[in-house]
Design a binder for this molecule. Structure first.
Ligand SMILES: C[S@@+](CC[C@H](N)C(=O)[O-])C[C@H]1O[C@@H](n2cnc3c(N)ncnc32)[C@H](O)[C@@H]1O
Length: 296
């Protein structure tokens, strides 16, 4: 009965998130940023969608994930509490990921005036966003085996530098963490963010570097990479990134246009590639600087 009453609304708000029929209970929330957020819960599944008026800004977000949103941030106003919440909902399972997210305070990377620990992507200017905490956590979980001390990690579309800082702390001073971002102003502000963070010494020593450039070309200087993260959605997986992945390495990349999947790309030891879809997501496009800034 409730499903029938809400079905037109579901069809409008959740067209990317079918099938819904098997889901049993739902709660509808009005998000405090004028976004409509629908949290649908089944005994073992929680499905959450966030559809703001301009879909371009619905980015850095999983469309299917296992936790409810923190709507006002009240009660979840500390970085550690945010991490504990992600652990409780099963988004973070490993100690290493929890540790690094506790160590890198998200508040240093979220532009002033935004609630830093709310589980939502936020605009950072230049038609870009900082991804939601659950998305950062998901990508760190997927890549953690490839972020061991001494390993090489590439963060394409590094934006605020948050994930590059996490990668740098995980691979340590003997490793190499590279961020590539095509908006020079964001590169400059990401450096300032990281200088205030726990990853500052690694930036100073040079195991963490940030560069302005087209991330679709990767960053050959530090290749091959054990881990590659792409923070923007590519129409298809760029060949230079596959080429710069080490055998045994893993890339996590959103692929698609309107419909996007977070793909996990593993390069096998014989050099062949295995690809699987992790979850449906919505990210800003991996594109040219001109295209990104066209209506900015
Ligand atoms: C969703 S944001 C994610 C940023 C980062 N992961 C974070 O959470 O702060 C995607 C970023 O990719 C960048 N981007 C898009 N296309 C790019 C390209 N071709 N090369 C490098 N960066 C690109 C955008 O400028 C934006 O900063």
């Amino acid at each position: 009965m409730i499903i029938r009453m809400l079905s037109p609304l579901l069809a409008y708000t959740c067209r990317y998130c079918a099938p819904l029929n098997h889901l049993l209970t739902f709660t509808l929330h009005q998000h405090h940023h004028h976004r409509h957020s629908l949290v649908v819960s089944a005994p073992s599944t929680t499905l959450s969608c966030l559809h703001p008026p301009n879909p371009r800004f619905l980015t850095g977000n999983s469309l299917v994930f296992k936790m409810e949103r923190f709507f006002s941030g009240s009660g979840i106003n500390k970085n550690k509490a945010m991490v504990e919440h992600l652990q409780r909902y099963g988004v973070i399972n490993s100690k290493k990921v929890a540790q690094v997210m506790e160590t890198v305070d998200r508040a240093l990377f979220v532009p002033d005036g935004n609630p830093p620990y709310v589980d939502s992507p936020m605009q950072i200017g230049y038609n870009a966003t900082i991804s939601a905490p659950h998305m950062h956590a998901t990508c760190l979980e997927l890549l953690q085996e490839n972020l061991q001390p001494g390993m090489h990690a590439l963060d394409v579309g590094s934006g605020t530098g948050y994930l590059t800082a996490c990668f740098a702390l995980m691979v340590g001073p003997q490793g190499c963490a590279v961020g590539v971002e095509h908006i020079p102003e964001l590169v400059a502000s990401s450096i300032k963010n990281i200088e205030k963070s726990a990853a500052a010494p690694l930036l100073k020593e040079g195991s963490l570097t940030l560069h302005a450039g087209d991330g679709r070309l990767g960053w050959p200087e530090c290749a091959p990479y054990d881990a590659i993260h792409v923070g923007a959605a590519a129409p298809e997986i760029p060949q230079p990134l596959i080429d710069q992945l080490k055998p045994g390495g893993r890339m996590v990349i959103p692929v698609g246009n309107i419909f996007q999947d977070l793909k996990v790309v593993d390069k096998n030891l014989d050099g062949s590639i295995s690809v699987r879809s992790e979850t449906s997501v919505r990210y800003v496009p991996l594109t040219s600087r001109e295209a990104q800034l066209r209506d900015y």
